[in-house]
Structure formats: structure tokens, C-alpha cells
Design a binder for this molecule. Structure first.
Ligand SMILES: [Zn+2]
Length: 87
């Protein structure tokens, strides 16, 4: 296990399931790390009447597969600059 952080975020080192999801290339994962290194999961979709899909994301604090604590709210706020800037 020396390839920790291979996907740039450091997530996926807790179990193979999360690692596979984050490194998936043959399907579109509903769990993904943002450029800020914050892990999100898609929890639902709004009705897309236009061409854009409206996916609702939610912060993910624990691995859904093995239950490992992946990040804290403080870490997320620090990584995202401490402000809720969705742009
Ligand atoms: Zn895990």
C-alpha cells in the first residue's frame, strides 16, 4: 500500500471499494473528490428540463463502504477556503 494519494486527494486508502469508485473510468461515480480535495457524494437529481443535469451533492464525512472517517467539517472548511463559494 504505497500508492496512497494516487488520485490526488488521498481518499480511497481505507478500502478497495472506495478506491475503485474514485478511480473508476468505465462508469460515472456518484462519489467524487473536488479539486479542493473535498469528498462529495451525489444524493439525488433535480428534474432536468434543460440540457443541464442538476445533481445534488452532499459532503461525505465517512466512507459509505467501511465507515472510516475521511474528513471533518473543519477540514472541509479549511480546504474550501473557509467560505461557501460554490463557483
Ligand atoms: Zn472505505
Amino acid at each position: 500500500m504505497t500508492d496512497q494519494g494516487k488520485n490526488g486527494s488521498g481518499f480511497g486508502s481505507c478500502c478497495e471499494e472506495l478506491k475503485e469508485v474514485l478511480e473508476a473510468t468505465d462508469f460515472d461515480p456518484l462519489i467524487a473528490a473536488s479539486d479542493d480535495g473535498v469528498l462529495y457524494m451525489s444524493i439525488g437529481m433535480l428534474d432536468a428540463e434543460e440540457n443541464e443535469a442538476n445533481v445534488i451533492d452532499h459532503l461525505l464525512f465517512f466512507c459509505p463502504f467501511c465507515g472510516t472517517k475521511l474528513q471533518t467539517r473543519e477540514e472541509v472548511e479549511a480546504k474550501s477556503g473557509g467560505q461557501d463559494d460554490a463557483s
